[in-house]
Design a protein around this ligand. Structure first.
Ligand code: NAP
Length: 436
């Protein structure tokens, strides 16, 4: 009998899992379901628009999506069009691969002021995610504060720092490009509550800061430790390389380029200041304890800010019928197994850490669990789901439909060095499908 598997979410975690499952089982049908009409999740709407090289892994996912026993079913939302309980009735196994799309909130006073924005919304806005196309973010400010020193923080800082020429080669959302090009930003402050060794940004992202046409990276030399001995030996080489880059940036001066991108360390946000709208952020200086925790030392500094972007991590969105760990912001699971027949993978399983490829081993684990848990497959899978969705008048988008959307986006960028001009509205995507 054919094993039927539904994967909820068509991002990297979903497609790695589809690939692991079709390789493990000889007789299997995998349906990859997404609430958007477009596949590839974070690869499309998370990876920075100027990082086209990181999107190359998409070719592997495209090959998986085009296998006879893998179907993409787009524009279907679990909880709206079909419930998780219904999916579990229809499929032998259901895998949650919905990532961690929600911002971890900053819980300081004033965090609800206008123009204080979480990175999931800001990144979604510049990456044409339909949920954030109409976000009203004002980037025409003199000073921006970015809270957090991970790779998302550096992505947000860099996108604001790029010139019109640099942006033209990206696939940034047209509405974001227009606003960034018209803005008069002078200073971008990226602020970490711990030090350069504890920072989670990686070498490539730190080195890119030194290659920006109109922006100079700045850092105070006395904030850079002499060595990375404080971190585990396996991380030391990468951290030492980061410190070397930062030492180079410490020689820079503010007058070298029109925009200064200052990296601040050992300060934690305590209050967002201003009236209805943000005007500054108040920080407390910190020290890092031997166990890695940071503690405030009672000295305070203020940094002016017309825009604040919090890049402090993400959490998964709960799904009715799946046990959820509120504290950790992910689904309760044991190595990807929620219970026999229900699994999770990628960020929904272990939280928002690692690179895209980190989800590959998670996928292998889920395929192994399914092999152990489902000795007698035979549930109807796609046929029953599609019947149910058609009864409910859902407008399904197949992989062939997505290819038409893809072709239209590529054609729209023909006049530019950019690879594509993404649609930002679901209605426009569905029009392309219905017209052809
Ligand atoms: P992250 O690496 O976990 O960074 C989160 C940052 O927020 C850390 O600096 C953290 O500081 C800080 N933070 C958390 N809570 C805070 C608070 N209450 N106040 C102040 N600071 C706070 O997460 P991310 O940047 O969102 O990235 C998520 C994952 O995606 C990472 O694995 C990242 O490498 C990956 N990613 C990769 C790329 C790329 O490869 N180019 C691009 C984007 C994202 P502490 O360390 O002190 O907690």
């Amino acid at each position: 009998m054919t094993l039927s598997v539904a994967i909820i979410g068509s991002g990297p975690a979903g497609f790695y899992t589809a690939d692991a499952i079709v390789k493990k089982f000889a007789d299997v049908q995998v349906d990859v379901i997404d609430r958007l009409p477009t596949p590839f999740g974070l690869l499309r709407a998370g990876v920075a628009p100027d990082h086209q090289g990181s999107k190359k892994i998409g070719r592997v996912f495209e090959r998986t999506a085009q296998r006879d026993n893998v179907h993409f079913i787009g524009n279907v939302e679990i909880g709206r069009d079909v419930s998780l309980a219904e999916l579990r009735e229809i499929y032998d196994a259901v895998v949650i691969a919905t990532g961690a799309p929600k911002d971890r909130g900053l819980t300081v006073e004033g965090a609800d002021k206008k123009n204080v924005i979480g990175s999931s919304r800001f990144v979604g806005w510049y990456n044409s995610h339909p949920d954030f196309a109409s976000l009203d973010v004002d980037v025409d400010v003199e000073s921006v504060v970015i809270i957090g020193v991970g790779n998302v923080a550096l992505d947000c800082a860099r996108i604001l720092a790029l010139t019109p020429e640099e942006l033209a080669a990206s696939d940034i959302a047209p509405h974001a490009e227009a606003r960034i090009n018209a803005a008069h930003i002078k200073d971008i402050h990226v602020v970490g509550r711990r030090g350069p060794v504890e920072a989670t940004f990686t070498h490539k992202e730190v080195s890119e800061l030194g290659e920006l046409a109109r922006t100079v990276p700045l850092v105070a030399r006395h904030k850079i430790p002499d060595n990375a001995d404080a971190c585990p030996p396996e991380e030391r080489k990468g951290k030492e390389a980061n410190l070397a880059l930062l030492r180079g940036y410490a020689d820079n001066t503010r007058d070298m380029k029109p925009i200064g991108l200052s990296l601040h360390f050992y300060v934690q946000p305590v209050e967002i200041l201003g009236g209805e709208r943000v005007e500054a952020v108040r920080f407390e200086r910190t020290r890092v304890e031997p166990d890695g925790r940071c503690v405030g030392i009672g000295e305070f500094v203020e940094i002016p800010a017309g825009l604040v972007i919090t890049c402090i991590g993400y959490q998964s969105i709960p799904l009715e019928g799946a046990p959820y760990d509120e504290r950790r912001g992910l689904f309760r699971n044991d190595d990807g197994r929620i219970e026999p027949g229900l699994y999770c993978t990628g960020w929904a399983m272990r939280g928002p850490t690692g690179t895209i490829a980190t989800s590959a081993p998670d996928a292998e684990a889920v395929a192994r669990h399914i092999a152990e848990d489902v000795p007698n497959p035979g549930k109807p899978g796609a046929k029953a789901l599609i019947g149910l969705l058609e009864e409910r008048d859902a407008k399904l988008v197949s992989y062939e439909d997505w290819q038409k959307i893809d072709a239209a986006e590529r054609a729209a960028a023909r006049e530019r060095p950019s690879p594509r001009r993404k649609f930002v509205r679901i209605g426009d995507m569905l029009n392309v499908v219905s017209k052809s």
